[in-house]
Design a protein around this ligand. Structure first.
Ligand code: ASP
Length: 350
């Protein structure tokens, strides 16, 4: 799952589920700035007909839209789960060769990563795509990106959940939006190396009504009370995006004490790095060691999007404590390099 490979042959006919959720792809500007628009079915059908003509591949499709399409900056903590549920029930009903989700680019990597975890048992490719310039406007990349997504389904080059954008396909658990002025809006931050056999998560009874999970970035001048407030609000867990191999301003020891208080309340804290290369090593510097002693978990080399998605997914499954630590540091889909997954057991004082 979640790897991108070159498949030897392409299908001569495909069936595709297309779900339009919003984003620039279908936006219009009536003078107050770009905003999402419902009712894209006609234009999508037209684009598919053109794809059939140009590629010689016959397409059977099922098109649906969210009842309320959104600018994806409005995505909430439940958005990805809701989309994943729709994708899953469409697959169960129609068994398509693939699913295309048209989505805004701003949160596509966050939503895509969460969908990848939600749909980890699904063997049908799920491809998110969108655009930098709306369909029908001069210079629009909407059709081209849709074609890239369709092609990836025809050649079955994606397994798991991926983002098709510009020139490339990106495994969702390694993707990040890195440009708002370039057709190649996304990058694969680190190579995706899925485990040979996907590990089995514990059998879960039912989803919990879980506390919120969040993301906090450290910066020079950061006031410790901000971190403390984030840790109190996001009781379900916090991804803490630190510097380098896992450092943050100590402020005496105020930030570490805030982390200690949170972990003793049962709030997991997962440390990731701002860097696009390298991995968190909480043993390397004193602040990292202090965080580790306070109960923080090293998040290896996960992207911020994947770390937030994975933490939310595991917490929503009702996994906590040492089990959560175990699964956060286990490579499930390629979101974590295998070498980065090896984390020493912390020495906690409580
Ligand atoms: N604000 C838009 C969105 O994420 C940006 C885009 O789609 O490119 O919905």
């Amino acid at each position: 799952m979640n790897s991108i490979s070159t498949a030897p042959q392409r299908l001569s006919q495909i069936s595709v589920d297309i779900l339009y959720t919003g984003g620039t792809f279908g936006m219009v500007d009536h003078g107050a700035g770009l905003r999402p628009r419902q009712g894209l079915g006609g234009e999508i059908a037209e684009a598919l007909a053109r794809f059939e003509r140009d590629s010689g591949i016959a397409v059977r499709f099922d098109y649906t839209e969210l009842e309320q399409v959104i600018d994806s900056s409005d995505a909430g903590s439940d958005t990805a789960r809701g989309i994943a549920e729709r994708v899953r029930s469409g697959i169960a009903e129609r068994r398509p060769n693939g699913v295309i989700v048209v989505h805004g680019t701003d949160t596509m990597a966050y939503v895509g990563a969460r969908m990848a975890f939600e749909l980890r048992d699904i063997d049908v490719p799920v491809v998110l795509t969108g655009a930098q310039i709306p369909l029908g406007l001069p210079g629009s990349d909407a059709r081209r990106n849709l074609m890239l997504a369709l092609n990836s389904i025809a050649v079955q080059s994606v397994s798991g959940t991926a983002i098709a954008f510009g020139e490339s396909l990106h495994p969702a658990v390694r993707a990040s939006k890195r440009a708002c002025d370039d057709y190649d809006g996304f990058t694969t931050v680190r190579e995706c190396t899925p485990p040979p056999a996907p590990p089995r998560l514990p059998d879960i009874q039912a989803r919990q009504d879980s506390a919120p999970v969040g993301l906090f970035t450290v910066f020079p001048g950061m006031h410790p009370s901000l971190l403390d407030a984030a840790l109190r609000h996001y009781r379900g867990g916090l991804v803490l995006e630190c510097y380098g191999s896992g450092t943050l301003p100590l402020h005496g020891s105020a930030t570490v004490e805030a982390i200690r208080a949170a972990t003793s309340r049962g709030t997991p804290v997962v440390v990731i790095t701002h860097c696009d290369s390298g991995t968190v090593d909480l043993d390397r510097y004193q602040p990292g060691r202090a965080m580790r002693a306070a109960g923080a978990i090293g998040g290896g080399d996960m992207t911020r999007e994947a770390a937030l998605a994975k933490l939310g997914y595991l917490v929503d499954l009702g996994i906590s404590g040492s089990e959560l630590r175990r699964w956060i540091t286990t490579n499930l889909l390629g979101e974590l390099s295998n070498h980065a997954a090896i984390q020493p057991i912390p020495h906690t004082s409580n």
